[in-house]
Design a binder for this molecule. Sequence first.
Ligand SMILES: N[C@@H](CCC(=O)N[C@@H](CS)C(=O)NCC(=O)O)C(=O)O
Length: 234
Amino acid sequence: MALTLYERVGHEGRRPSPFSWRVRYALRHKGVAADYVAVRFADVEIIRRLSGQDMVPVLVDGDRAIHDSWRIALHLEDRFADRPTLFGGDRARGMARFISNWSDTVLAPLLRRVIYADFIWCLHADDRAYFRQSRERDLGMTFEEACADPAAGLIRFHQAMVPLEHTLEEQLFIGGAGPTYADYAVFSVLQWARLGSPRDVIEHGSAVHGWRLRMIALFDGLADAFPAYPGQPK
Ligand SMILES: N[C@@H](CCC(=O)N[C@@H](CS)C(=O)NCC(=O)O)C(=O)O
């Protein structure tokens, strides 16, 4: 039975969602083919009908519609148990959950304060007003105010990345010798910044930079399969 992934599409075919990126990597890791359906924020009724909630990604597998990237990853791991393990075992599954939560609750909010004013231009022109209004309400300020001091924002982001930098000084991937879902969860947020801003948020020459190059190269250069900002960082 074919799988179908519903994912966010942005301006001129861009793929702006970190959550979809990590699922794309997970599918490739498992070697599982899927069809992809691109949806705008305005297509929320399609997603509601399918899954009973508003967010993408949503994976449809037969008569099941699974939402939330973490739950999709669990589904793929268990459903395709004979394929390469996504987490690296049951104990590593628990650690991947922590790393995925760290990525979403620490790294992504710090990056928003650096790239949000750029990122809005990656979205479909008719989705921008909704995105700005809903996210600025959450932030309590405009994107321009949130990103008024990107240099200070980057310092805070780099401080949060120190544990990752030290880890990658010692090993090739967060998963050790090879990438696992923990790598995809963190990389997806960096990929969101990479495609969502002309500013590079990673220091060249750092261990994280070397790791990002390895992640970009995975799966025949999957990270570069869609349009990016001009002058996109490597
Ligand atoms: N916890 C979810 C988060 C997904 C998410 O935040 N998706 C956003 C961005 S693409 C979304 O669909 N938002 C709908 C909206 O804001 O109306 C996951 O991991 O999949």
